[in-house]
Design a protein around this ligand. Structure first.
Ligand code: GRF
Length: 197
């Protein structure tokens, strides 16, 4: 199964995938100059930058992402720290599956605005005793697609968003590699899904 990875920033999940022996056919970033692009270059993975400002609107950019994935014969796209909602033109144009890694136990602490430190702050504000990681299928509704895998992470009394994020990130890397290995192992028999259907 050929993998495409969408990124926006640091790229530690991409790095974990590559370190874990997961082959990546193409990396697509919506931002130039981000560390994730350095990670791709260091591993000789072809990368593309498709910025919103280079297109008439976000829908046109997302159609271009779909075209790039299709041209690279990608069967599974992974959102690894990708910070944009994918518009319907993406799902119309890309026939493979798309999955996302989210740093909480969805459906808790997902949806609009729930990214990065905001997620961990929400967990602490809610007084949750545990948080975790969710890997889910991406649909046009943010953080709401079918859940494929979850891992639990305890919340400590002394935690702040940064310490919690660091503990969760270790599990993100582990669970993402594990899930991708099992998805590619079952590739031939797995049904092709589109837009969460
Ligand atoms: C991760 O916490 C991921 O769960 C979230 O954004 C962060 C990206 O980290 N979606 P990185 O770019 O993979 O280092």
């Amino acid at each position: 199964m050929r993998l495409g990875v969408l990124v926006s920033g640091r790229g530690s999940n991409l790095e974990a995938m590559l370190a874990g022996g997961i082959e990546v056919a193409i990396v697509i970033s919506n931002r130039a100059g981000v560390r994730a692009l350095d990670v791709a270059a260091a591993h000789d993975v072809p990368a593309l930058v498709l910025r919103r400002s280079d297109f008439a609107d976000a829908g046109a950019r997302d159609a271009a992402i779909a075209t790039a994935l299709t041209d690279a014969r990608v069967g599974l796209a992974v959102l690894a720290g990708y910070d944009q909602l994918l518009r319907p033109s993406y799902f119309a144009g890309f026939g493979g599956r798309t999955i996302n890694v989210h740093p909480s136990l969805l459906p808790a602490h997902g949806g609009p605005g729930m990214m990065g430190a905001a997620v961990h702050r929400a967990v602490l504000d809610a007084g949750d005793a545990e948080t975790g990681v969710t890997i889910h299928q991406v649909t046009s509704e943010l953080d709401a697609g079918p859940i494929l895998a979850q891992a639990r992470v305890p919340v400590g009394a002394e935690d702040d968003p940064a310490t919690l994020a660091a503990r969760v990130l270790v599990e993100e890397h582990r669970l993402l590699v594990e899930t991708l290995r099992s998805l590619s192992g079952g590739d031939r028999s797995a049904p092709r899904r589109r837009n969460g259907a």
